[in-house]
Design a protein around this ligand. Sequence first.
Ligand code: SF4
Ligand code: SF4
Ligand code: SF4
Length: 389
Amino acid sequence: MDDFDKRIDEIIRKHSLHQCLECGKCSASCPRLIAGKEYSPRLLAHKLIAEREDETFIESSVWECLTCGLCEERCPSGVDISHLILEMRTLLAKSKGLRGYRAHDGALHSWMRMMTSPELQQERLGWVDPRVKTATHGPIAFFTGCAPYFDVFFSGIEVDTLSIIRDSVRLLNFLSIEPVLLANERCCGHDLLWTGDQENFETLCRLNYEEFKAAGVEEVVVTCPECYHTLGTYMPKVISGFDIKVTLLIHLLEREIKKGGVAFKPFKRKLTFQDPCRLGRISGCYDTPRTLLSLIPQARLREMENSKHSALCCGNNAFINCDAYSKRVQVQRLKEAKSTGAETLITACPKCMIHLTCTMRDPYSRGSLKLEIRDLVSVLADHIEWSGK
Ligand code: SF4
Ligand code: SF4
Ligand code: SF4
C-alpha cells in the first residue's frame, strides 16, 4: 500500500466511512443529485472503500459535492461526508494537482491567492463611513472578509455586501464597541481551504494572525459564517497557541439585547429565512437569527418547506462547480421562499446573497424569481431604536 492509499485510509477512518451501510439516504437527500447531476455520495463512499481503482469516478465526484452537510443529517451511521470531501480535495490537490472546475474562471481564487503575498498593499477601507467609530489598535477587531472585493466583482448583479459590514460596524458602535479595522486584513481562506489549497490557506492564516497581534487584538467579531467557521475552527489548527476569541456578531447581539433596554421599530413585512450551511448545519446556529427577528414588531417569519436542519443550500460553495445543476438548486430554493408568501428573503451569509441574487436576476426567469433579499444584520441595524445612544 503506497502513501496515497494510506492517506485515504486515514481519511475514511477519521470520518467513520467504514460504518457506511450503503443505505443511500445521503444520495436521496443530496440536492446536487436531486437536481439531476450524475453524482452519488453513496457510490463515492462505496468506491473509496471497495473500488479505489476507479480513480476517474473518485476524482470527479470529490469536486461535485456542495459540502452543504444535508446528507449528514440523514446518515444513520454518522458519516461526515463534507469534511471527508475537504480532506480528499486537499489530498488530490497536493498529490495530483486537481482543482475542480472553478466558477468565473477562477478569478476569485486568484485574488484570494494574491492576498498570500506578504508585501501586498491593499486599499480595503474606503467603504468606512466617517460617522462610525473605529480604531487601528485595540482588543476587539471586526473582520470584514471579502465584502470589499465582492461588491466590485459582482457589480453586474448589483449585490451590496458592503452594506452588511457597514451595518455590522454601526451595531458594534451601538454596543459601545469601537472595533479595530485592519487595513491589511486578508481573506479568511475558506474557499482555498475547501478547494484543497492547504498551503495558501495556511499562509493567509499566518498573515491574518500577524495582523491581529500587531494591532493588539484579543477578540475578532465576524458577520460571515464562513469566516466564523474558518477563523474559529481551522485557524487554530494552523497557528499553534492560537489565543484569539472568535465571536459571531449575531451571538454578541443576542447576548447584549437580552440584558434589556434595546427596542426595535416595527417592520411590517412577511419574511422568510435562508439558513446558511456554515451557520446552521456546520455551526449549529438555528435559533439566534429567529430570536433576533422575533424582537422586531410586526415582522412575521414564515418558514420555508425545508428549513433549519433540512435547509436547502444556496447552490454553490467555494465558487466551484457552478453549473445548470447549481442553478436548479437555486431556482428550487427561490421558489420555496416565494411560496411562503414572504416579501423579503433574509439571509446571514454574503455568499447566499450573491448566489441567490445571481439566479433571481437571470433574464430567462423573466422576473418570476425576484424577491427582496436582505442580510439579517442590515435588517436589525435598520430597525433598532438608536435613540439614547
Ligand atoms: S447515508 Fe450514511 S450509511 Fe447511508 S449510504 Fe450514505 S454514508 Fe452510507
Ligand atoms: S454535503 Fe450536500 S452536496 Fe455533498 S453529498 Fe452531502 S448532501 Fe450532497
Ligand atoms: S451562482 Fe452566480 S455568482 Fe454564484 S458562482 Fe454561480 S455564476 Fe457565480
